[in-house]
Design a binder for this molecule. Structure first.
Ligand SMILES: C[C@H](OP(=O)(O)OC[C@@H](O)[C@@H](O)[C@@H](O)Cn1c2nc(=O)[nH]c(=O)c-2cc2ccc(O)cc21)C(=O)N[C@@H](CCC(=O)N[C@@H](CCC(=O)O)C(=O)O)C(=O)O
Length: 319
């Protein structure tokens, strides 16, 4: 099992660099930086992280082809590859509607758009000239692995067809029971085997020596995940839609107490990998049985990031 860590670049990059170096020292193999227009720039962040680390692989988790063209992403990733000495990994997804609405970008045909973007990225980073004439003047040291952020069935199948890895925003084995067969279907349609694809659980993770502290730290993130989840996902995890409506209402009014007060065990089990290191080891083993090959420690990581990164380092030693 590989382990990654996710950071949202919404705090000083110097602080992020400290955490990513700590993660590298504790055995994490991947660092994924989220990409939303309103946070710090993902590629400038990755460039700084490259300078602050030596081994950990670095990439956007995930960018999208609507806010930046594949040529700009290819140039940026070739630069990260150079700065990091060949540790660049490229995460790309269809982006989210809220972002595109806020930027006045039309979100059309995400499946076809992702396929074209990845094809163009592969051509450009291989040094080839595009039909329209575009060509990079900087060439990465080696092929840059391409991971797709995906949840929907067609996106998961597409990832099986064309990607080296899939980053799935999920923490529970039931989600991978549903997702892995779809990735497999896409892989087989493209004459590929699942062994070529890194299936990553991009999880809401919260680890602490005290289970209750880990749980309390997970609740706010779980509330937002529940609020953004479609009915099918709520049903999969036996979650009461009325409670989720109450969370949505609380978040809308800014009444976080009311919102978080409605988070229950089903939501925590469905949407988070949380508990003591011993408890989380068992939960990671359950994901491994479902075909997960990488666990990404996403927000909040735990009540205290420093302590939790070191505790997850102990978990990593169990695999
Ligand atoms: C587009 C969407 O795909 P999806 O994979 O479910 O999208 C949900 C998320 O994966 C997507 O919003 C990601 O960008 C979210 N995301 C991030 N999004 C960000 O913007 N920034 C991030 O940093 C980020 C990180 C991230 C990490 C992991 C992860 O799994 C997702 C992450 C969808 O609806 N897919 C469906 C239907 C798609 C479809 O068939 N569309 C038709 C057209 C439909 C039409 O428009 O008429 C087509 O594309 O041709 C499907 O896959 O079955």
């Amino acid at each position: 099992m590989k382990f990654g860590i996710e950071f949202v670049p919404n705090e000083p990059i110097t602080k992020l660099a400290y955490y990513v170096k700590l993660a590298e020292d504790n055995g994490f193999e991947f660092c994924w930086i989220t990409d939303h227009y309103n946070n710090r720039n993902v590629y400038m962040t990755l460039g700084n992280l490259a300078a602050a680390t030596n081994k950990i692989k670095l990439g956007p988790g995930v960018t999208n082809p609507y806010v930046r063209s594949p040529a700009i992403a290819a140039s940026a990733m070739a630069t990260v590859d150079e700065l990091s000495g060949g540790r660049a990994t490229f995460g790309i997804g269809p982006g989210d509607k809220a972002t595109f609405d806020a930027l006045g970008i039309e979100w059309t045909k995400p499946v076809g758009t992702i396929k074209k973007a990845i094809a163009d990225f592969k051509e450009l980073t291989a040094g080839k000239r595009m039909a329209e004439g575009a060509q990079l003047a900087v060439k990465p040291s080696a092929k840059i692995p391409i991971y797709m952020g995906a949840q929907g069935p067609k996106m998961l199948e597409t990832a099986g067809e064309i990607a080296d890895g899939v980053l799935i925003n999920a923490s529970n084995p039931k989600d991978f029971e549903a997702a892995v067969p779809l990735i497999k279907k896409g892989a087989e349609a493209a004459g590929r085997s699942m062994s070529e694809i890194d299936v990553a659980a991009y999880a809401c993770m919260s680890v602490d020596k005290k289970a209750e502290k880990a749980k309390q730290a997970a609740i706010p993130v779980v509330a937002f995940i529940a609020a953004g989840s479609p009915p099918m996902i709520l049903e999969r995890h036996g979650i009461d839609p009325a409670k989720v409506d109450a969370i949505r209402a609380g978040l809308k009014e800014g009444n976080f107490g009311a919102a978080f007060g409605n988070v229950d065990e089903n939501m925590l089990e469905g949407f988070a990998l949380y508990g003591t290191p011993e408890e989380v080891v068992e939960k990671v083993k359950a994901l491994e049985k479902m075909g997960v090959t990488q666990v990404v420690a996403g927000s909040p990581i735990g009540p205290n990031k420093d302590t939790s990164i070191k505790l997850i380092g102990k978990i990593i030693k169990e695999f």
